[in-house]
Write a protein that binds this ligand. Structure first.
Ligand code: 13P
Ligand code: SF4
Length: 309
């Protein structure tokens, strides 16, 4: 009987043929994470992409993450399974509007969250991720005024943690994290009175005030796995359950639904599928291509962030 070839087999074969690496963000479907060479948050995947020596980076995440990979490793071909895998934060901050904001605030340093287009990064002095945003802002002299783009919730969190009064914050938001309602968290705490609460930095301040831990996706996973406690309420995208179940199979995790979809899934992240990943490796499309001038200007603020360690 001939062997049955699955899409996963095809992907692994194409990966070998293409000398490719498969990078997956924690918000990808489990079947994609299962095939990945590395799973991580946006900072970890950027570092992994930077050090890759092969030919093709198949980036299973959203477009801005793949752009960051291309900036850091421009010789590689970088593909994303679905070209429409975007991000509401990227859409919230178009480069021309940022240029106008900069012009209205001369002398300010621009700190941009990695969830921005390459064009916006090209207008920035330093980039940050949810994992290192506090350290990045603390690395800037205290008397230096700052423009922070585009996430209002991350910006306010950083402002609170650093005590920086001289920081103006763009009013963008993540459609997933910004719509976790505080009343649902209150309800979940009542239903699970012994659970500790961990949330992503993109959640609103009234939610973050009720949390035991605040951090990036990987930081949330690491904290829950290491903690002696065995029950947690999680406020981030539900894809993190893949690593949580693997790394802490005996612990219990409860997710909160947001207002938009009554779920906790990112619709952009979930555009990527195994079939689209197979096709991307086969055709080497959709491929990240950026104008050389944008690449050169956008790379500097990202490298500045990575140099901080
Ligand atoms: P991380 O940096 O935690 O991976 O977050 C990226 C993101 O898009 C969260 O919504
Ligand atoms: Fe963007 Fe939010 Fe999706 Fe993250 S979860 S990729 S911030 S829309």
């Amino acid at each position: 009987m001939p062997a049955i070839t699955t899409i996963a087999d095809e992907i692994l074969e194409l990966k070998r043929e293409r000398n490719a690496i498969l990078l997956a963000h924690h918000y990808q479907e489990s079947e994609i994470q299962e095939l990945a060479d590395s799973i991580g948050d946006s900072l970890e995947l950027a570092r992994r992409a930077q050090s890759f020596k092969g030919e093709v980076i198949a980036f299973c995440g959203v477009w801005f993450m793949a752009e960051t990979a291309k900036l850091l490793n421009p010789e590689r071909i970088v593909v994303v399974p679905d070209s429409e895998a975007g991000c509401s934060l990227v859409d919230a901050c178009p480069a021309p509007q940022l240029r106008a904001w900069k012009a209205a605030h001369p002398g300010h340093v621009v700190v941009s969250y990695v969830n921005t287009s390459a064009e916006v990064k090209a207008e920035s002095d330093i980039v940050c991720t949810s994992r290192n945003a506090v350290d990045v802002v603390n690395s800037i002299p205290a008397d230096q005024p700052i423009l922070f783009v585009p996430d209002v919730n991350l910006g306010n969190y950083v402002k609170r943690m650093t005590g920086r009064e001289n920081m103006k914050i763009w009013q963008g938001a993540c459609i997933v994290h910004a719509t976790f309602p505080a009343r649902r968290l209150v309800g979940a705490k009542a239903n699970h009175p012994d659970a500790l609460v961990a949330a992503h930095t993109e959640c609103p301040p009234e939610v973050l005030r009720m949390c035991d831990f605040i951090g990036s996706t990987s930081a949330i996973i690491e904290w829950c796995v290491r903690h002696e406690h065995d029950e947690f309420i999680i406020l981030t995208e539900s894809g993190v359950i893949h690593s949580l179940h693997k790394l802490a199979p005996r612990k219990r995790f409860h997710f909160i639904a947001n207002e938009n979809c009554n779920c906790s899934e990112c619709p952009y992240m979930k555009r990527n599928t195994l079939e689209k990943l197979r096709d991307a490796l086969l055709h080497l499309e959709p491929r990240v291509e950026l104008p050389a001038e944008v690449m050169n200007r956008a790379r500097r603020p990202v490298e500045r962030m990575l140099a901080l360690r």
